[in-house]
Design a protein. Structure first.
Lengths: 114, 115
């Protein structure tokens, strides 16, 4: 079965712009989480969605937002980009009710802010 | 902020040797997981150990968990060049409801296995 798909894989933006990243989870994996990975801060949780509702949120400013669609696909948006937003953004999916916390990650979207 | 501290930060071994890395965390947990990440790629789940378990095996992997010390170790036996990757521990918080999607990751151990 197809894995978690993230698009785009690479993108370059300039400060002040905004960006939208997309994640398509594995079929049947209705929870989608987003993580930011940087060399300095490591892997940090952004938010989690299931049933089209944000269920958990990390400590990121309001410039970071997300949403989930009825088919479980998710998008995250970063507005007014800053240099420090350069990172690998990872999407992870999990099955609800599976009594396991195993996350299935996509390959990530690497964002460079100039 | 990161929940876990991993030790060592980097590890270089030869094929056939064992690799051991440790993870410490701060809060009470439901589960602890280990993930592997090849350079610049997504993370791959390796193994999950529940808070009421002390040891778990999966193939060449052995994980231990000591909740009294808030620490875990991952042992990779008979390592191969393909095991070269970064390894992360991840925990969920016992205090948060349905927090399984919200994991706190350690800083990772970078393992290099040379042929």
């Amino acid at each position: 079965k197809a894995g978690v798909t993230q698009t785009p894989r690479y993108l370059i933006k300039t400060r002040g712009q905004q960006v939208t990243l997309s994640c398509s989870p594995i079929s049947g994996h209705r929870s989608v989480s987003w993580y930011q990975q940087t060399p300095g801060q490591g892997l940090q949780f952004l938010f989690e969605y299931f049933s089209e509702t944000q269920r958990n949120k990390g400590n990121f400013p309001g410039r970071f937002s997300g949403r989930q669609f009825s088919n479980s696909r998710s998008e995250m948006n970063v507005s007014t980009l800053e240099l420090g937003d350069s990172a690998l953004y990872l999407c992870a999916a999990r099955r609800l009710g599976a009594n396991t916390g195993e996350l299935f990650f996509g390959e990530g979207s690497r964002l460079t802010v100039l | 902020s990161q929940q876990g501290e991993e030790d060592p930060q980097a590890l270089s071994i030869q094929e056939g040797e064992n690799a051991t890395m440790n993870c410490s965390y701060k809060t009470s947990i439901n589960n602890l997981q280990w993930y592997r990440q090849n350079s610049g790629r997504g993370l791959v789940h390796l193994i999950l150990i529940r808070s009421n378990e002390r040891e778990k095996h999966s193939g060449r992997l052995r994980v231990t968990l000591d909740t009294s010390k808030k620490s875990s170790s991952l042992l990779i036996t008979a390592s191969r060049a393909a095991d070269t990757a970064s390894y992360f521990c991840a925990t969920d918080s016992l205090e948060a409801t349905d927090s399984w999607g919200k994991l706190q990751f350690g800083a990772g151990t970078q393992v290099v296995v040379t042929p």
